[in-house]
Design a protein around this ligand. Structure first.
Ligand code: SF4
Length: 322
């Protein structure tokens, strides 16, 4: 079959977008649109409370990414209720929901506490599963046993903040764990049949563009179900903002035009088996130190990347052997 003068390909992910898209993955899995509803269940973080470190990762300000209805003072049920109302108004067609435990480290508590909060979320009408964001050093066999058991009853994904495959970067941004910790967490989670996600940031200080690109090969070797990427944004009030002001030349922030080129090259090297949830991040402008990408919105960048893939007649995984 041809489209214009171009052959229409069959991609391994079973639809004709040029990357393995998250929304299509869920449509295939559930047969309908599924919407994530974020929750701040009051978990904390060992990189803030002194267990692993104090002050947290240098770029971290959870408020910049937390929807306004997410507050630990509200119950899980109330947050889901408000999230569902918000999304119903915005996307009329959503029928099922995934409770997204997003803020801080959502396995940083006892199994009893985790069980009670997760079950509360699963008890809400229309919630078909859980996505649990956490750190690679906040998981152990007891928690994985529990999550494995829960994942036999509903959709469940554990999403690890990894941020970089390089220990020099992880030290620099004060993550408080190594890439080896991350790899072990990912492998032991996936080995139990639990959907496993990861989050990475492009543009962290001290990394060259080539090193960032080479991470595609490393990430492709991990047993990940989904992955999220975003460009580094300097968020107000963070340690990184201070560092940026003191040494701006230490940072090579991407313009959106540079990011388009970079991301297309990255996708070509990324395994086609990994579902890509996000290409970019977008902190609300009031949190941004500096201009960011001005008026360019996430959906515009996604459209531009897809257009570029089409123009270059390339796709996710074109340069991998897997
Ligand atoms: S692990 Fe997450 S919550 Fe904790 S300091 Fe780092 S980015 Fe913030």
């Amino acid at each position: 079959m041809t489209s214009g003068n171009r052959t229409k390909r069959e991609y391994p992910w079973g639809h004709d977008r040029r990357f393995n898209s998250y929304s299509s993955y869920f449509r295939q899995l559930f047969g309908a649109r599924v919407q994530k509803v974020s929750i701040d269940a009051g978990f904390t973080c060992p990189n803030r409370d002194g267990t692993k470190g104090r002050g947290g990762c240098t770029y971290c300000n959870n408020d910049a990414f937390n929807p306004s209805y997410c507050m630990p003072s509200k119950s899980v049920t109330q947050q889901i209720e408000e999230g569902v109302t918000f999304h119903k108004w915005r996307y009329k067609e959503a029928v099922s929901y995934l409770a997204y435990f997003q803020a801080y480290s959502n396995t940083y508590a006892s199994v009893e506490v985790m069980n009670s909060l997760y079950r509360e979320a699963l008890g809400y009408p229309g919630v078909v599963g859980l996505i649990i964001g956490t750190r690679p050093d906040c998981i152990d066999d007891e928690k994985l046993d529990f999550l494995q058991e829960l994942s036999s009853k509903c959709y469940l994904a554990v999403e690890y903040g990894i941020e970089s495959c390089y220990d020099k970067t992880l030290r620099r941004i004060n993550r408080g764990h190594t890439f080896d910790d991350a790899e072990k967490a990912v492998r032991s989670t996936a080995a139990r049949g639990i959907n496993t996600g990861a989050h990475f940031i492009f543009g962290l200080p001290g990394e060259t563009r080539e090193e960032m690109l080479e991470q595609a090969d490393i990430i492709s070797g991990l047993p990940l179900t989904t992955v999220k990427f975003h460009q580094l944004q300097i968020i107000k009030g963070t340690t990184m903002e201070m560092e940026f002001r003191q040494n701006p030349h230490d940072f090579e922030l991407f313009s959106w035009e540079e990011y388009l080129d970079f991301f297309v090259r990255f996708l070509e090297r990324l395994s086609p088996a990994i579902v890509v949830e996000r290409f970019t991040g977008e902190a609300p402008p009031r949190f941004l130190s500096g201009q960011g990408w001005g008026k360019k919105r996430t959906d515009q960048i996604v459209n531009l990347i897809e257009k570029r893939l089409e123009e270059l007649d390339t796709w996710q995984g074109r340069l991998t052997s897997k």
